[in-house]
Design a protein around this ligand. Structure first.
Ligand code: THU
Length: 160
């Protein structure tokens, strides 16, 4: 008989006041980044912020293009820029939020599959989990303890 593999993922669901000061700072920067997004086609503004080991923060936003597939999500913009500028940096947290251009309220933006794959690469590279903090609905936040929880059964350099 076929056996079954159960995959368990636990996610912290947090109120704003339950975030640590560093998490709040990262989420604030993600909001700031979203406000700077270049998203004239979707009008969906996404911001990502990376908290680094030394306490510094790095941001990215989605960058769209008239040739639609040439655009890039906020998460990958942040990760690639960080890796290009500071290849040795170690990531302690990735925070993501979004809003529609004509609405003030921030809303959930669950990272797309391609971004999860890229996150997984940097998690593998640093050999240490990268916690992911996502804006959820109703002013709440989801905290995943690693990218592995957002992307189980992943393709990694070890798969090659
Ligand atoms: N987008 C992101 O930046 N991150 C995500 O995780 C999901 C989608 C962007 C891509 C595009 O510019 C816009 O949101 C609409 O899909």
């Amino acid at each position: 008989m076929a056996s079954k593999l159960e995959v368990q993922i636990s996610v912290d669901v947090l109120e704003a006041q339950e975030l640590t000061p560093q998490e709040q700072q990262a989420m604030d920067l993600a909001r700031e980044a979203a406000n700077d997004a270049y998203a004239p086609y979707s009008n969906f503004l996404v911001g990502a912020a990376l908290l680094l080991e030394d306490g510094s923060l790095f941001k990215g936003s989605n960058q769209e293009n008239a040739a639609y597939p040439s655009g890039l999500c906020a998460e990958r913009t942040a990760l690639f820029a960080l890796s290009a500028h500071y290849p040795k940096s170690r990531i302690k947290l990735l925070a993501v939020t979004a809003r529609r251009r004509h609405e003030q309220e921030f809303m959930p933006a669950m990272p797309c599959g391609a971004c999860r794959q890229v996150m997984a690469e940097y998690e593998f590279r640093q050999q240490e989990p990268i916690p992911v903090l996502l804006q959820a609905s109703d002013g709440k936040y989801y905290r995943f303890k690693s990218v592995g929880d957002l992307l189980p059964f992943q393709f990694t350099p070890e798969s090659l």
